[in-house]
Design a protein around this ligand. Structure first.
Ligand code: TYD
Ligand code: MG
Length: 424
């Protein structure tokens, strides 16, 4: 639970904002162009937003510190500014030099990108009035402060006030505004969570920091689809769009080895093929280890229980590790059958065929239940050159999919595991 914190006034000006609260052009200014929806020109971004930025809307770009929010924001602004628009980047976190250095790694700096280091809300509003940018970005909401509020920047009261006033400003001027907000893993810190109801769009930028892939998820969108995702890869030159995620996620898949199963997951409207890996090995602990990365650990416990009961396999004396390759998080029940098959494959040291994909939800009685969007999943598997797919039996006779794919419909998990010998 987030509790309002009332800390004494701290005139928390950014270190760099003291004598520099005047916007400077990174290069030269270009003329404004007004349009209805403002197209960013980055496919992954535009799709996630539902076709570009809406004038006067407030977008929250939230994520853990260090995940790449500022980098993504600068890239968005660079794209927008190169389109003859004046965009204003207000940073309370980094110095102008740091911003310039970061931009140089990214792409050519457009003339229309203006920057200022400022965290005082009153001054920010003044600056926007003076400059009249076409797009405004504030990095981050936690650094802003309003003189009238007696708590420190980042406290709930400050964050709320700042967001409310920026919302007013965005509406009044018709300027689309992007706010960066930091969240911790628990989402407990004052910040983005309290703003979700206020802003028009909430985008979560997530990924495993030890991997290069990043997902941008729409959590809320008053002007477009939710549950849409954009896929990016963090490189030396900033974030690169990944238009074909399945290829990338399967790119490093080992040759047929035990414990590896491909599952076509739905992320928003897009099917993405991901590899689930399981390692099941004898345990030397009285409480065997059960570790999952990318899959909920309670769900894993449940799947282990279902497998023991309905497949008659002994897992109680095994350590079990589950990993979703590439650092993706999968919350879809459609991945459950694949998790079970990966565990059995590892336990028995029998690899599945490289050309096989698996999907289906698993019930407590060991039944395999139908999942939505089966055709999209099958066609994505076919597109990536897979040849076989183990799928839920229910409804499988009505599916239309590519001729190059053979389906193996199953009613129960034991049938699926029996089918493994056919596909291994
Ligand atoms: P950053 O955008 O500063 O994260 P946030 O604003 O969410 O806190 O980026 C964090 C990491 O990205 C940082 O560790 C360095 C890395 N990075 C790259 O790998 N390539 C790049 O081109 C840039 C600019 C950053
Ligand atoms: Mg940042």
């Amino acid at each position: 639970m987030e509790k309002p914190v009332d800390t004494p006034v701290r005139k928390g000006r950014s270190l760099f904002a003291v004598s520099q609260s005047v916007p400077l052009p990174l290069l030269e200014v270009s003329a404004d162009v007004d349009e209805a929806r403002i197209f960013i020109g980055m496919n992954e971004m535009d799709r996630v937003l539902g076709g570009g930025l809406v004038p006067g809307s407030l977008v929250l770009l939230a994520g853990e510190p260090g995940i790449g929010k500022s980098t993504l924001l600068l890239q968005i602004l660079c794209h927008l500014a190169s389109d003859q628009k004046k965009v204003l980047y207000i940073s309370g976190e980094e110095s102008l030099t740091q911003i310039r250095m970061r931009s140089e790694r990214l792409r050519e700096i457009p003339g229309g990108l203006w920057v200022v280091c400022e965290s005082g809300l009153d001054r920010i509003i003044e600056i926007v009035e003076e400059q009249g940018p076409s797009v405004l970005a504030v990095d981050s909401i936690q650094t802003l402060f309003c003189d009238e509020i007696s708590s420190a920047p980042g406290s709930i009261a400050q964050v709320r006030e700042a967001a409310a006033r920026l919302m007013q400003l965005a509406r009044l001027k018709g300027v689309p505004t992007i706010l960066v907000g930091h969240v911790t893993k628990e989402g407990a810190i004052a910040g983005p969570r309290v703003l979700e109801h206020l802003v028009d769009t909430v985008l979560y930028f997530e990924g495993d920091r030890s991997h290069t892939f990043r997902l941008l998820r729409t959590i809320k969108n008053r002007y477009g689809p939710t549950h849409e995702i954009g896929v990016f890869e963090m490189t030396e030159a900033g974030l690169e769009q990944v238009p074909n995620p399945s290829e990338v996620f399967l790119g490093q898949r080992p040759k047929a080895v035990p414990g590896s199963v491909v599952v076509p997951c739905m992320e928003g409207t897009r099917p993405i093929l991901v590899e689930i890996q399981a390692l099941v090995s004898p345990s030397h602990l009285s409480m065997p280890r059960r570790t999952s990365t990318g899959i909920d650990s309670n769900r894993l416990a449940l799947l282990i229980a279902v497998a023991e009961r309905h497949l008659g396999v002994a897992l109680y004396d095994r350590d079990i590790f589950i990993n979703v390759a590439g650092g993706l998080k999968i919350s879809e029940p459609a991945s459950e059958l694949a998790v079970i098959m990966a565990m059995v494959s590892s336990l028995r040291e029998v690899p599945l065929d490289m050309d096989t994909a698996v999907f289906g939800e698993v019930g407590l009685t060991g039944e395999v239940r139908a999942v939505g969007r089966a055709e999209l999943r099958l066609n994505e598997a076919a597109r990536l050159g897979l040849k076989k797919c183990v799928i839920p039996w229910a409804g499988s006779d009505r599916l239309k999919f590519s001729d190059s794919l053979e389906i193996l419909p199953v009613k129960r998990i034991d049938e699926a595991v029996a089918a493994m010998s056919e596909v291994s």
